[in-house]
Design a protein around this ligand. Structure first.
Ligand SMILES: Nc1ncnc2c1ncn2[C@@H]1O[C@H](COP(=O)(O)OP(=O)(O)OP(=O)(O)O)[C@@H](O)[C@H]1O
Length: 279
């Protein structure tokens, strides 16, 4: 997996997006990302109250909670779609509050959406090639003029897209328009497109929503495999079965973390059973 914060001028993936002047903060060496005392309100509604959360490097870290607990709000703050009112998000030891979504993505922090955001008018193969764009070094002009570097890169991206389609069982539909796929395959495609450029931290928002049992099993296998290959995964989901693949699960309730730990322990926690499982 490429270091996301390496310096380099021409390749977007290698740009140091957390800015040299951002102070390094003390952070456990195992933490890839930390949410520190993050609060967020919408009008008078306090949605997050000084929430802490740690995503350990190389882990699958889960976030669950009842409806309205604040999961999506926290997820959007981590991925840069929302700014916190107070608190910090620390990535690679540096605060990233002022870093745009695009630059977070260039730094290897990539997210998917509750509703799959595939390019419906492109084929599955074209969607996957589009997911490789961050790996490219040639500029738009070189692409337009079909210069040798751009042609070589396109060929590499097409090879990578073919391998990824096979890996995610999308080969049979590689030439189908993504918008024509059933939701299960659209989700798989979104995951494949997010994973294709080897993000360091893959953030997934309700990735099993709309999937049948077999598809959830397949998703869990894919996530475990990606994680075993070194990808850190942050998983927000209602799906307790899918949460089983997380090493650490955090439970949010009314904007506060009420439990954090291994899935079995969290599931057995009386406060979690009361708040989330209704037991
Ligand atoms: N942009 C917004 N403006 C006003 N209120 C909002 C906004 N976004 C979220 N909320 C409110 O904040 C609370 C938490 O919402 P959030 O979507 O973060 O919860 P959630 O845990 O993801 O819920 P669900 O599981 O139902 O998606 C809810 O009461 C929601 O209505």
């Amino acid at each position: 997996m490429a270091p996301p914060l390496a310096a380099g001028a021409s390749c977007a993936r290698e740009r140091n997006v957390t800015r040299a002047d951002a102070p390094l903060t003390t952070t456990p060496s195992s933490a890839l990302l930390e949410v520190r005392a993050v609060s967020k309100s919408f009008g008078g509604l306090h949605v997050l109250r000084a929430v802490d959360l740690t995503i350990a490097r190389g882990s699958i870290t889960g976030l669950i909670g009842p409806n309205g607990a604040g999961k999506s709000t926290l997820f959007n703050i981590v991925s840069g779609f929302l700014a916190p009112d107070r608190g910090d998000v620390i990535y690679h030891g540096r605060p990233i509050g002022r870093i745009s979504v695009v630059d977070r993505s260039r730094a290897g922090l990539v997210r998917t959406f509750q509703t799959p955001q595939v390019f419906g008018h492109l084929t599955v193969r074209e969607n996957l090639v589009a997911g490789c764009h961050k790996l490219g070094r040639s500029g738009m002009l070189a692409d337009m003029l079909g210069l040798p570097l751009a042609r070589r890169e396109l060929a590499q991206m097409q090879r990578r897209a073919a391998l990824t389609a096979a890996r995610f069982s999308l080969e049979p539909v590689a030439d189908v328009l993504a918008g024509k796929l059933p939701v299960g395959q659209q989700r798989l495609l979104e995951l494949a497109r997010a994973a294709i450029a080897d993000p360091e931290l893959l953030c997934l928002d309700e990735p099993s929503s709309g999937l049948n049992g077999d598809e959830v099993d397949q998703l869990a296998r894919m996530l475990t495999q990606l994680n075993e290959e070194g990808m850190t995964v942050f998983l927000v989901s209602h799906d307790m079965e899918l949460m089983g693949c997380a090493a650490t699960v955090n439970v949010l309730c009314f904007g506060e973390t009420i439990a954090s730990g291994p899935f079995a322990a969290v599931k057995a926690d009386p406060r979690v059973r009361e708040a989330y499982l209704g037991a």
